[in-house]
Ligand binder design. Structure first.
Ligand SMILES: [Zn+2]
Length: 290
């Protein structure tokens, strides 16, 4: 599973490609940065392995933004001048490759297969959400992590698993740690994390949200057609957006894109890309104006 960031940066030289670490298997963790302004924002996709369709949608949305900028579109040019937008389309490259059946064999595949054999109710590899070592990357952030651990352990997710295992400590997974460090360096004014599925946007943590979050959430909802909602209580801690809201005090959102059973079919990619492009634009405009 490749992001295509290098090819996009070659086509649009104003786009800056960079690395921010390595996955558990040693794959480069990549971002693309658009804009030279002060208003930083961050867009992430595919924390969860079998939600890789969000990676394709975020790349397509970024490509659209670059194309508009290159053609002289005034709104895209203004975003370039006023915002600094960092796109992380594939937070979990090892897990996505596994879930897509691209690993085929080798020691990491064998270990994941062994982990999955303890959870026979989950299809393997397409039901895999975690990183390659069986840690759920969206249960890794230091915001209610112990609460998340207690809830998940009580549900039986008390060891490396295809999903829902919080890990032995917050940020112990290299993919989550590297993204947290990148986010801290960037100091974003807002953040969007793409997941699938459900057609919903989560915008609060612990029943509250930073100033401006509610209004921006409404704009994201209007741009995507997704409903504003709250996650189920057992999934309301230790996520990326939870940590940004709690520790950085700026608006952060989880968008559950598309509808159906993960991995969603590629027939939904066009609709999801439209929703993602609209949400990215609304959030970028917020970052540029803040
Ligand atoms: Zn997810």
């Amino acid at each position: 599973m490749e992001t295509g960031i290098g090819a996009l940066a070659a086509r649009y030289p104003f786009l800056r490609a960079g690395g921010y670490g390595r996955s558990a298997m040693g794959r480069p963790l990549q971002y693309a940065a658009f804009g030279v302004g002060k208003g930083a924002g961050i867009f992430t996709a595919a924390h969860h392995a079998n939600e890789w369709i969000t990676c394709a949608a975020l790349m397509a949305a970024l490509e659209g933004l670059c194309a508009r900028c290159a053609s002289g579109d005034a709104a895209a040019r203004e975003l370039y001048a006023k915002a600094r937008l960092v796109f992380v389309p594939l937070v979990n490259p090892d897990g996505a490759a596994l879930a897509r059946g691209e690993l085929g064999g080798g020691p990491y595949y064998a270990r994941a297969s062994g982990i999955a054999s303890g959870f026979p109710g989950l299809p393997f590899p397409e039901g895999w959400k975690a990183n390659i070592e069986g840690v759920d990357l969206n249960l890794q952030y230091p915001a209610g992590w112990k609460r998340a651990r207690d809830i998940k352990y009580a549900q039986g997710w008390d060891r490396a698993a295809p999903r829902d295992y919080v890990g032995r400590a917050p940020l112990c997974a290299p993919e989550a740690r590297a993204l947290a460090l990148l986010t801290l360096r960037l100091r974003p004014r807002a953040a969007l994390a793409l997941h699938s599925q459900g057609g919903a946007i989560y915008w609060q943590y612990g029943g509250s949200a930073p100033p401006g979050a509610e209004e921006l959430a409404a704009r994201l909802s209007a741009a995507s057609g997704y409903a504003l909602d709250s996650p189920p209580p057992e999934s309301a801690n230790a996520g990326y957006k939870d940590w940004i809201i709690a520790k950085m005090g700026v608006p952060a959102f989880t968008a559950e894109c598309g509808l159906g059973e993960n991995p969603l079919p590629l027939t939904q990619l066009g609709a999801i890309t439209g929703a993602v492009a609209g949400m990215c634009r609304a959030l970028a405009e917020y970052c540029a104006a803040a």
